[in-house]
Design a protein around this ligand. Structure first.
Ligand SMILES: [Zn+2]
Length: 179
């Protein structure tokens, strides 16, 4: 099952640093591409990372620290999983990169991501979906939607202020109808 991190777009700039080294001497696509053993033909990465259509998940990293991870879909329809790490001097000194590509998301998860990282991906995307349960009011989009919304046919939650405003409007409309 594909889950998408709620604010993944905001994290895309975190990937610019490792992505900028893809294609340089030690990190040519040929060097970083990891074949998936069960696939009879190697799925194309296109002109990665330019070929990325959409990110599902990004886990930012740092020099001499946590690895960078990203996954998503390419413009050719294939799915990718990417990991990168480097020491404090950066990718041009000591570092590593891996790119797995498959036409099947399940195959990619199984043979590329592996169970530990898949668990992290599920955890982080789940946490995000939980936090989106604290939805914003669909009318003002500012305050928390603490009231049910029987008036509009959009997202279904309103803040107390918008609820009372819309309730008055609805009552006025009904009153007019009666007349
Ligand atoms: Zn509101």
């Amino acid at each position: 099952m594909i889950r998408i991190l709620h604010k993944v777009k905001d994290l895309e700039k975190e990937m610019e640093y490792p992505y900028s080294s893809v294609g340089t001497d030690n990190y040519s696509l040929k060097e970083i591409y990891r074949p998936i053993v069960v696939e009879t033909s190697q799925a194309s990465a296109g002109n990665f990372p330019k070929s990325i259509k959409e990110h599902f998940w990004i886990r930012p990293g740092e020099n001499d620290g946590d690895s960078w991870y990203s996954c998503g879909q390419l413009t050719n329809g294939n799915y990718f999983f990417y990991s990168a790490s480097c020491d404090y001097t950066g990718f041009d000194c000591q570092g590593g990169m891996n790119l797995w590509v498959s036409s099947s998301w399940e195959t990619l998860v199984h043979y590329g991501m592996g169970s530990t990282l898949y668990r992290l991906y599920l955890q982080q995307t789940q946490d995000e979906s939980k936090s989106t349960q604290n939805v914003l009011c669909c009318s003002c989009k500012k305050d928390p939607g603490t009231m049910p919304d029987p008036f509009t046919e959009t997202c279904g939650r309103l803040c107390e202020h918008c609820y009372s405003v819309l309730k008055k409007k609805e009552e006025a409309r009904r009153y007019k109808k009666k007349k």
